[in-house]
Design a protein around this ligand. Sequence first.
Ligand code: CP
Length: 310
Amino acid sequence: MNSNSLVSIADISREEILSLLERARYFEEHPNSKILDGRVVATLFFEPSTRTRLSFETAVNRLGGRIIGFSDPGTSSSAKGETLKDTIKMVSNYADLIVMRHYLEGAARYATEVTDIPIVNAGDGANQHPSQTMLDLYSIYKTQGRLNDLTITMVGDLKYGRTVHSLLMAMKYFKPKFIFVAAKELAMPQEYKDFCDAEGIQYTETTDFSPEVINQSDIIYMTRVQRERFTDPMEYERVKDLYTLHNAMLADSRPNLKILHPLPRVNEIDIDVDDNPKAYYFEQARNGLFARQAIITRALGINPLDTAEK
Ligand code: CP
């Protein structure tokens, strides 16, 4: 495995996370530094995406690199039965870095085992989404001025939501308090609650998205109920409309509260929240560009601070 790969947020230390956040800040100030001249990045998306793929590709374009890849696996030879192993080995002949989204948990880890070039996991099933976590951390830091000692309420699909799983693991360094709001069918999986227990992270669970919960939160992290993860359509129908955040529910919330959502949303945040200054999800997605510029340059072993004009 190439040690510059980013497969799980658990693969990187607190210091590396803080260093990536510092890089993201640099790129927010210098988004068009041409430091990837001659580098080729492949984006292989076996699942749909808007933000992750386009922000990775924008990140490369703004840094002067080149992009190859596919957004629809139906246009690649995987549609003819080519294995993931062979696809990764082929693309490794052409690119310096692979950014991959796949519907199978563990696919990105597997990819690191069949190539020497770095792999960045852009989401593997319900498992991990580490680049989303970096932009989430950057968004939390920008809006709260710190990462430590925050109350973070996660709402919605906590079972299949890879973004909440990654974020929960990354926050272990920053003494969070979590409130998990979910229907029993979509509760935070036991392995992540065990993780919290092992790391001494406080959490409470509730099915009630109550004023008491909202009004003690510094961050409310809303999530979509992901139809594509359900094997039973009736179960999806039962839980899909349980939690919707409306503007009126924020009347007595903390002044510093920010509403995050990895997006896309369906109906879990009413559009009447969009004009509330506490709504941060569109800026959050914009931060993805800078966080991914940081991740790409780390993966390619390029330090923008070394190449910056003095
Ligand atoms: N947040 C996120 O992963 O969005 P996309 O599915 O549009 O990439």
